[in-house]
Design a protein around this ligand. Sequence first.
Ligand code: FMN
Length: 212
Amino acid sequence: MKTTLATAIALASAACLAADIKLPEPNRAGGKPLNEALAARQTHRDFSPAPLTDQELSDLLWAANGFNRPEQKKRTAPTAVNRQEVDLYVCRADGAYLWDAASNVLKQVTTKDLRGSTGRMGSPENFALVAPIALVYVIDYERQGMQQRPQDAFKYASVDCGFIGQNVYLHCASTGLHTVFLGMINPQELSKGLGLPATRVPLFAQTVGHAK
Ligand SMILES: Cc1cc2nc3c(=O)[nH]c(=O)nc-3n(C[C@H](O)[C@H](O)[C@H](O)COP(=O)(O)O)c2cc1C
């Protein structure tokens, strides 16, 4: 019996690469009431370098775009035609990870620190290099499937990122974290660093961390 359990645990861990991170169950309750979070929502650019715990990261990602109705495979943020075309990458000093929302696993895609490709790029005062997390919003235009009308594809991709960004703003306001949504990104550097094919495009980023 002991051997069977040990084997099952070994197989389960082998399914997760060593550098992948299985996040704990997110908290789906607590935090400030909505109106208090709305009253507190704001952009901050002053960050502490203190890392987020795995629990804080799990809570943040679930609020951002987690499955709130898993039986219907639907999420905390709406998407046009329910295409769910936005992938969240978590960039940290130790590398970048694709968040798999269904398994709540961060899948490492590089050990490079890509945070400097967001924020005030090239500036020694780039807040994105101080904060522990840069979320990068990547559009999968194939999954979105609106290639025939590029203007619609871009419109819906942008607004879908905006909903996720506001979820992040409200979660941060509710839990006391600091955040800033960023159009200021280097998409070429991020695409290369994340190893993205031409059909997947980084559109926005969002810096998250503790208050300075
Ligand atoms: C689409 C969008 C792009 C933004 N891009 C940047 C950016 O590149 N750099 C930055 O410092 N702030 C950026 N911001 C944050 C805005 O500057 C900020 O929301 C605005 O000053 C209003 O402040 P508030 O969020 O505290 O209300 C962006 C916000 C939005 C909605």
